[in-house]
Design a protein around this ligand. Structure first.
Ligand code: SF4
Length: 375
């Protein structure tokens, strides 16, 4: 096991597009949740047969920047008591603008946290408020300024395709963002997840989403623009200055084992994926009563694992060995695969050389379609 994920589900508001296990107006349960979380860490560590070399830790959410200092200190105490953190290279905390100040950042550094991931999403306050994300662009700018001299490894998240943010707005904000003292940008397409408030508003046609072609064009523009300003793409959504690619996220894409703690957290042990209960109250209750919080588990077949390796490999700009694709396909269908590959190359979606294959920015923008077509 190389990586730990720790889920903090509390948020100051619930964004209308959010598919995560996240709760607003539940702060009164923070201390109780923290106890359950630490109990889970201790119990899992006790079951491990051999000492584990942890390389990355990721505090995700939710809004981990609302984790009270004294409780977070206790979590680190628990981690250090039961696991060896000597080899840890990267500890990330997700931050929401407006929930952090310089003092808190300095405290995090004393704990060993060395990377902040700030959920910017957009600098268009009006568009965010429409989606119940109650943050202000000024809070983002303040957080970036306050991080200077404390964190050299700051990442920001952006969403592409938010209703109310035009292509011109998006370009304008990216022109500002590349000037900031940050090391990493994650740029995601807006996903409309079932049963979120945004989903129902789209169904009722109350919200107009940008068209796919326009978004693909904007994505390709952004990839080039960020490269020109020193942020090199290494995965569909990830752009980093030299030396600042996220170690934790790369561990996911390389299918390295990781352990997740907390409500709804996923884990992977090399062959099996499993997930904790997704309901906050049930998670806490189960932990308190000494029960098993894992309520979903799936053993991957060799074929599923191979397909996963292809999908995760093609998310990354370095791509995969071409032979991985051929191994997936019955020899009688190699001719068809060659035709599909040639078509994707001709459309400018895929490139291939020296036995490797990788997706171009246009291919990455429609990655799932390309993979379905090829694999
Ligand atoms: S801040 Fe993040 S986790 Fe919380 S509701 Fe919004 S999108 Fe979800």
């Amino acid at each position: 096991m190389n990586s730990l994920y720790i889920h903090w589900p509390f948020c100051p508001y619930k964004c209308h597009f959010c598919p995560f296990v996240a709760y607003a107006q539940h702060d009164q349960f923070m201390a109780q949740y923290h106890r359950a979380l630490c109990k889970e860490i201790v119990e899992v560590a006790a079951q491990m047969a051999q000492p584990i070399d942890i390389q990355t830790i990721y505090f995700g959410g939710g809004t981990p920047s609302t984790y009270p200092n004294e409780l977070l200190l206790d979590t680190f105490g628990t981690l250090r008591n039961v696991l060896s953190l000597d080899g840890v290279q990267e500890i990330t905390i997700e931050v929401n603008p407006g929930t952090v100040d310089r003092e808190k950042m300095a405290f995090w550094r004393t704990l060993g946290i060395n990377r902040m991931s700030i959920g910017v999403q957009s600098l268009k306050d009006k568009a965010l408020v429409q989606l119940n994300r109650l943050q202000a662009a000024q809070d983002v700018r303040n957080a970036i300024a306050q991080a200077q001299g404390i964190f050299d490894n700051v990442s920001i998240d952006l969403i592409l395709g938010l209703p109310g943010v035009s292509a011109a707005d998006f370009k304008e904000q990216l022109r500002e963002i590349v000037q900031w003292p940050i090391a990493h940008i994650s740029m995601y397409f807006l996903m409309v997840h079932e049963f979120t408030p945004l989903y129902y508003r789209v169904q009722k046609k109350e919200v107009q989403l940008p068209c796919d072609d326009e978004l693909v064009q904007l994505y390709c523009w952004a990839v080039n623009f960020m490269a020109e300003h020193g942020f090199k793409q290494y995965e569909i959504s990830s752009f980093a200055r030299q030396g600042y690619a996220s170690l934790h996220n790369q561990a996911y894409w390389q299918r390295k084992p990781y352990r997740g703690f907390g409500v709804g957290a996923w884990s992977f042990d090399g062959t099996r994926r499993f997930r904790n209960r997704k309901n906050l109250m049930l998670y806490m209750q189960t932990m308190e009563q000494g029960g098993n919080v894992i309520d979903f588990s799936e053993e991957l077949t060799e074929q599923q694992a191979a397909l996963e390796r292809i999908m995760l490999g093609l998310r990354q700009t370095r791509g995969i060995a071409l032979s991985m694709l051929y191994e997936q396909v019955d020899a009688r269908r190699h001719v068809q695969l060659n035709e599909h590959l040639a078509y994707c190359i001709q459309q400018g979606l895929v490139k291939s050389a020296d036995g490797q294959i990788w997706l171009t920015p246009a291919g990455l923008a429609v990655e799932q379609d390309v993979i379905a077509y090829l694999a």
